[in-house]
Each structure stands twice: as C-alpha cells, then as structure tokens.
Design a protein. Sequence first.
Lengths: 233, 385
Amino acid sequence: MEAGNIVSIRQLCKSYHRGDQVIPVLSDISFDIAEGEFLALMGPSGSGKSTLLNLIAGIDQPDSGSIVIGGVDVTTLTETELAKWRALNVGFIFQFYNLIPVLTAFENVELPLLLTPLSRSERKAHVEMALRVVGLADRMDHYPSQLSGGQEQRVAIARAIVTDPTILVADEPTGDLDRKSAEEIMDLMDRLNGESKKTIIMVTHDPRAAKKAHVIRHLDKGILTNADHQDTL
Amino acid sequence: MQIIKILFKNAFRHKLRTGLTILSITIALLAFGLLRTVVNAWYSGVEASSAYRLVTRNAISIIFPLPLSYKDRIRQVDGVSEVSWGNWFGGVYFDEKNFFANFAVDAKSYFDLYREYAIPDDQKTAFLRDRKGFVAGKKLAERFGWKIGDTIVLKGTIFPGNWEFVMRAIYRGREANADETVFMFHWDYLNESLKKTAPARADQVGFYMIGVEDPGLAVSTAGSIDALFKNSFAETITETEKAFTLGFVAMSDTIITAIQLVSFVVIIIILAVVANTVAMSVRERTNEYAVFKTLGFGGWRIVGLILGESVVITMMGCAAGIAATYPASAAFGKAMGAYFPVFNVEPGTIVLDVVFSLAVGVLAAVIPVYRTLKMKIADGLRMIE
C-alpha cells in the first residue's frame, strides 16, 4: 500500500451463484483510496457498486483479490475477526437508515459503543458529542418513528461516526430522502470529510450527491473506470 | 443498557403476540404444575410412610382378616418394638359422596406408633376414656364443621348398622405431608359390637401395624413375622409401610403414567408455541440482526440477543405460571380433598417448572439462532431494500 492511501484494492473479483450459473459481479478491480478522500462510486443498477462497498466494509467476501485497509488485508480475516475489525474501523450509513425502532436516538448511537470497554459515562459523552455533530442533541430521547427521514439519517450518521472509525461507507445515503434533506445530509458528510478528515466511500445514483465527492469512480458491469476528480467534472 | 433493555424491548415489540405467548406458557405451566401435584398427591402416602413401621396383612388379600391372637406372637419377634392393629371400617357419612377414610384402631398403641399425629393431651385423654369417641384429622373436621363433643353417625357398609360416635379429639400432622383427613375410632367398640351382632367376625383384624427397633433390619423382621404363620390357616405378608402404600399406588399405575405423559406433552406443545413466536420475531427482524452484525456484534452477542429474548418470554410465563399454581392447587386440593388428602405444591415441581421453562426458552431459539448466524450480512440488509 502506497503511503497516504488508507484503502488499497488489488485484482478483486466477485461473482454470485444462482444454481449452476455463475454471475460475475466484479472483475479484476484494483484501485486505491487516499486517507481523507471522499470517493463516490456511481453506476447503473447491477453494476456491482454496492457489492464493492460491502467488500470494502468487510460484510462480504470476495472470490479473489485483496482489500487492505489501514494495513490489514480484510479478505484474510475470519468472521469473528471481521466483526471486531468492523466495530473498530468501519462506520456504515445505509440508504434506509436501519435504526432499531425500539431504541431512542441516543440508544441507537450508543449501540457500537457497547462493543468497546468504555464506561457508561464515557459512552454517554461520546454519544452526546456525535449527536451534537449531526445537530440532533435535542432529539436524543426521540424514537426513530418520532423523527423525519433526514433526522433519522443524521442519527445513523452519528451512529457511524461515534466510534471514530477509519472509514465511513455510505450506501445511497440520500436515496430515501427529499431534496432538501438530501442536501443537508450531503453537507453534513462534506463537513465530516472536510473538518474531521474522515475517509468516505459512498455509493450513489444521485449526481448532486456525487458532486460533494473529491473523486468519482464509475462501475459498469463489474468493471471500474478511471477516477474522475471533482475538478475535472 | 443495555443488552438486557434491548431484550425486553424486543420481547414486547408485538405486545399482543408476546402477551398471548406468555399467557400460553402460564396456562401450560399451571397445567403442568397441577398435574405434577396430582401425581405427587398420589404418592403422598408413600412419602409420609415411616421406615420404622411394618404392615402385616392376610397373605391372600387385604380383604381377608387375621386373628387378633397374632398380636402376642408378633410382639415376641426380635426387633419388634410395638404392635397395633385395626380394620378398614368403610362407613358412610350421610352420602357416599362424603367419602373419607375411616378406621377402627387400637387407640393407645396406634397413636404410640403414629407420633406424627399431634393430639392435644386433654383431647387424647378424653378420646382414650370414651369407647364411642373418635379422632378426626383437622382437614376432615373443617370439611364437615365438626367440633369436639359433636355426635355423628356413620352407616356401616362392611359392618352393617348405624354407628354412633362422639368427637373427642382433632389431630394435626407434624409434617406437611401428613394426611389430616382420616377418621379413627376404638377398635374395641367395633369388636364388642361384633361380639353381640356377628360373633364369627369378632376378634379379627384387617391389618397389624408393627413398630421396629431398627429400620435396617425391617426386611428380616418382616420375614421372621411371616415365618411364624407359615402353613397356618391365615398366612401373612409383612412389608414396610412404604412398600404397602406403594402397592396401593401401583393399582393406579396406568393412570399416573398417563398423567405424567400428559404433563410432559404440555411442555412439548408450549415449546412449539414459543418456537413459533421466536421464529416469527426473528424473521421479521432479519435486517436488524444484519445491522447488528454490520456494527460488529459477533456471533455470541447475536446468540445472546435471540436466546435472551426467548428466555425472557418463557421465564415471564414461568413466573406467572408458578404464581398461579399455588392458588389453583389450593382450590383444587380443597375441592378434591376427599380423594387427595395431601395436595401440596412441592419444591421439586417448581424446580421442574423453571428447568423446563429454561429448556423451552433455549430450544425455541435454536433454529432462529442458527439461521441468523448463517445469514450473510449483505443478504440480511437487502431484505429491507
């Protein structure tokens, strides 16, 4: 891995099996992501972008190739090791927020911290800080059903950043939001990238969301195109 | 939190479904507890029997009598400390539905042998002095509202006629498993009446109760007693009181086995109910477990979440079932007091309730846990998209 790169992917291949049929999804993908980079992965449905994101986040395993993140080849880790690694290194933002409906905003954000040795008061401080960052300090006792879609996604972002992970991965983070809320979320992610230097890898269909990224990569039928840097758009 | 809090919140996410499941467990454990208590009640006489007592009866059948004269020969057997005797009287109080056990016993020796029956000294003296006196257990006296000094009449079935008795004493059991529903009167009263009305039946007893000095020698003492009357016109069978009582219980062996089977079937049914509830809940929340896994929750934590929820539901049902078992047993025991003199919920039943509930909670979660652990996170997350 070159100096300054947080993610290094080499010759990554992934296919799915449907009965006897093998469906290739990603073919010989190699690229790097620099520390602090904001990368957008774009492409048509079925192009393999979510699969690539899942592989980077360590929630799926490739057929071959390597994914080195922060010096660790995640393709060599066992399920248990991967779970621990994800808890420490990955913050995941989902399209549909995926908050636990019976837990308050505070409790949802606290979830990843339950896997750490932090004390209750330390967890509380971290959660309040994360909710302040996303502008929801006054909504911490609200349940997801009492929040708007944009607010729910901000809680999800707070949950993703509360452990201060190495990378943030976002799968269509604005896909379920109205335009105004989507802009607010993208502004928040832009701020996290700019101020906190968080490395963000985002899958999106939305060109407006992609404009916030430094680098845009396109996937088409499992093949990655060259990077488009924001200043080249 | 917080994991415990999540377990409870998850368990009550569908309040109606969880409530009905808990109600099912409650009813099932109540049924289980009652059935076990019925079985235990059947064996209560066995439990209450003493290792220091032997019972001698006619070798042909309990319905055939033994001569009163045997008492002196039995008394001379090595290891015998006391000898008492009696007859099953089989009297009816107004109506057969008022059934209770009633015996004619040799009063003094009988209560010397049955020290677990506590009788106030003044009442005991009054009973021993009155040939027509009787002693009743506390529960029996309460059942019919008898008081000391009351005169009651039993209609004889084995010994025809109307037999008049005066209540002189009430006994209480020193132990919880003592039968407090027995009616006992003087054997002499029976025998003297028989001498007048049916002399051929006089001086004969239904059974001998024998006290032994050493329970370890009970079997050999019993052998010595039976050897005494070998080849006589009335041979005997002597056995420990426990074996004698078990012999009566064995007559109902099939019914007891059926009750025991039903009690376990109840547990299997409730396992299916809880397994269905847990499976539905977990299936509905597949994506949430995928989220937990994405956040880094490892296998054991996922197991804990599902298993914990299942156990929370079953143990709440268990607690409610146990709480309901006591008043239900008290009511059942009161209603069926004539047939089950001792109807107490035993600690062993509660232990079984808890053990089976835990087992149901764990077993019900096995398949959902297996499926969730096997689920690929990406597949689980896709279920909402």
